[in-house]
Design a protein around this ligand. Structure first.
Ligand SMILES: Nc1ccn([C@@H]2O[C@H](COP(=O)(O)O)[C@@H](O)[C@H]2O)c(=O)n1
Ligand SMILES: C[C@@]1(CO)OP(=O)(O)OP(=O)(O)OC[C@H]1O
Length: 163
């Protein structure tokens, strides 16, 4: 039986108008910014990419399958709670996380000042040490929708292994 697998995830959310007063949630952390991301849930784009990577590695589809955006249950959902559900699904099937690498794509906010807080918040939910959860970011050199500041994108890659 295969003992390791990889998965990748990708997600995009547009920014809400500032007057909507949505907080910007990234990796389960409230990040000071002039606007938050729009979404049915808390729109934590980095955690959505991470969950899709985990589900992909385990062959379990994607977050839209598990948490449909047509279901009022998930309105305003805390993505860390959804991540706990995903981790439960993986554990039930005998998988644990070896490492994860998550990349935010956008001009602002800069994640440098928040990187360690993000790792410390999410690594325990993945059952790994913070050093096995990498958090990084890139601009798109002001090109495209992220470059224009219309929204943020995120990518994630994970390795899972048999317990
Ligand atoms: N939202 C972001 C984007 C980038 N960074 C940091 O800046 C570095 C340079 O970005 P380039 O797109 O010019 O390569 C990048 O490696 C990150 O360290 C960031 O913190 N937050
Ligand atoms: C987690 C969910 C739940 O509605 O969040 P959304 O804010 O709709 O985010 P999206 O990444 O568009 O789709 C995933 C959904 O399943």
């Amino acid at each position: 039986m295969t003992s390791i697998r990889t998965g990748l995830g990708f997600d995009v959310h547009r920014f809400a108008a500032p007057e909507e007063g949505r907080p910007l949630m990234l990796m389960g952390c409230a990040i000071p910014h002039d606007r938050g991301l729009a979404g049915h849930s808390d729109a934590d784009v980095m955690l959505h990419a991470l969950m899709d990577a985990l589900l992909g590695a385990a062959g379990l589809g994607d977050i839209g399958l598990h948490f449909p955006d047509t279901d009022p249950t998930y309105r305003g959902a805390d993505s860390t709670v959804l991540l706990e559900r995903v981790m439960g699904d993986l554990a039930e099937r005998g998988w644990r996380v070896a490492n994860a690498d998550v990349c935010l794509i956008g001009e602002r906010p800069k994640i440098g000042p928040h990187r360690q807080r993000m790792r410390d918040r999410i690594a325990p939910l993945l059952g790994i040490h913070a050093e096995a959860l990498n958090v990084k970011a890139t601009t798109t050199e002001k090109l495209g929708f992220t470059g224009r500041g219309e929204g943020l994108a995120a990518q994630a890659v994970v390795l899972i292994e048999r317990i």
